[in-house]
Design a protein around this ligand. Structure first.
Ligand code: NAD
Length: 374
């Protein structure tokens, strides 16, 4: 096992510090019961950084992020900062991190835990055992393409412009991550675009096909138009393993897949960049949810999305798949025993606080680690 691992922990705002307390407990447990030595450096991002330094992230924190083996981020944002200029708002801290580290691959797993199958808005048979990943390109496409803007026309009308642009390299580096993820799962990729109406989609399709033929002949590849993919996700989501797509379509499809699980407090995510000098990818792991100002400070937030973000870090950055699986199993067993935070509470279950849920999962993990002699 690779022993020393530097984590930059950025709890952020709202419920971020609460869910990060639980993740710190899990990290301590891993430090005490495995050969990994996590060195955690904690710092500020978002509104709390603005309060202290008058910027949502300092250059010092960006430098620390670049030198770390991975970043764990809680959440940023609060309505109290809404009147600030755009560049000083908490969310800018997160966007700057993503940009500075060139985190181009956003991985959003959507897994339905058996004990929570009724939380989905879809029928239980459709989502039972669902386990899919949406891989979204995060730094290119129509959200960044030029030309863009709003123009005044001579006839008094206005014209809004955004441009979908992808280069071969951008498509290939994302596609490679998608095929690699699929190779650790059910070995099936759906590449999603609109090649029927967009040239950028034609290029996307051609490059992904070439990549599969050249580097991943064992992975199955199907193309799907984005509109059909949205429909198929609510009709038969279990047909998918890994969906690989651009920024715009990924934004929409990952929200649909998240909703299929029915519980925002359960969803982790990862954003990966290129390999660094240490041969590890630059990486940022965070829950999908925001800072939930309505419940912040009450010790009732669900810490599972944050804990599963650490599980993704173990898998995708550190390549400790067995440890990642064990952590996920300790979450699943805690749910199977009927423990629930308020957001996922069901009849005949035991309501627990954020810290209690963190304790229960950590205790479970410790037992599993000792039993499995890892
Ligand atoms: P949100 O995700 O914070 O909350 C939406 C709803 O889900 C709320 O009712 C909240 O109580 C609930 N919820 C969220 N996470 C939960 C958890 N772990 N356990 C239990 N319930 C949970 O979204 P929002 O209200 O639209 O945004 C609030 C703030 O968060 C805004 O300032 C927004 O900009 C920011 N935000 C940040 C991120 C991020 O840090 N990546 C993502 C989304 C939103």
């Amino acid at each position: 096992m690779n022993k020393k691992t530097n984590i930059l922990l950025l709890p952020g705002d709202g419920i971020g510090p609460e869910v990060c307390s639980s993740v710190k407990e899990v990290i301590n447990c891993l430090n005490n019961n495995t050969e990994i030595d996590f060195l955690v450096d904690e710092d500020l991002v978002g509104g709390c950084s603005y309060e202290r330094h008058k910027v949502p992230i300092t250059d010092k924190v960006i430098a620390k992020a670049k030198n770390s083996d991975g970043i764990l981020l809680g959440s940023v944002g609060s309505p109290i900062y809404e009147s600030l200029p755009f560049e000083l708002r908490p969310e800018r801290g997160l966007l700057k991190l993503r940009k500075e580290l060139d985190l181009f691959a956003n991985i959003r797993p959507a897994k339905v835990f058996n004990s929570l199958v009724d939380a989905s808005s879809l029928k239980r048979d459709i989502v039972k055992n669902m386990d899919i990943v949406v891989l979204r390109e995060l730094t290119g496409g129509i959200y960044f393409g030029e030309p863009r803007g709003i123009e005044n026309l001579s006839d008094g009308q206005r014209k809004g412009i955004n441009t979908e642009v992808y280069t071969t390299n951008e498509i290939i580096r994302l596609g490679r991550v998608g095929f690699e993820i699929a190779s650790l799962r059910k070995k099936a990729v759906h590449s999603v675009e609109k090649a029927n109406v967009m040239e950028s989609g034609v290029l996307w399709r051609e490059e992904i096909h070439k990549l599969k033929e050249k580097e991943f002949p064992d992975i199955s590849l199907k193309n799907m138009y984005a509109d059909n993919c949205a429909m198929q996700l609510v009709k038969d989501p279990k047909q998918f393993d890994v969906i690989v797509t651009g920024n715009l379509f990924g934004d929409i499809l990952s929200d649909i897949s998240a909703e299929l699980t029915g519980s925002l407090g359960m969803l982790p995510s990862a954003s990966l960049g290129e390999f660094g000098d240490s041969k590890k990818r630059k990486s940022l792991y965070e829950p999908v949810h925001g800072s939930a100002p309505d419940i912040a400070g009450k010790n009732i937030a669900n810490p599972i999305a944050m804990i599963l973000s650490l599980s993704m870090f173990l898998n995708y950055t550190l390549n400790f798949k067995n440890l990642s699986d064990l952590l996920e199993k300790s979450v699943e067993e805690t749910l199977n025993r009927g423990y629930r935070t308020k957001d996922i509470m069901q009849k005949n279950c035991n309501l627990v606080s954020t810290s209690e849920m963190g304790n229960l999962i950590t205790e479970n993990l410790e037992t599993l680690l000792i039993k499995n002699e890892i």
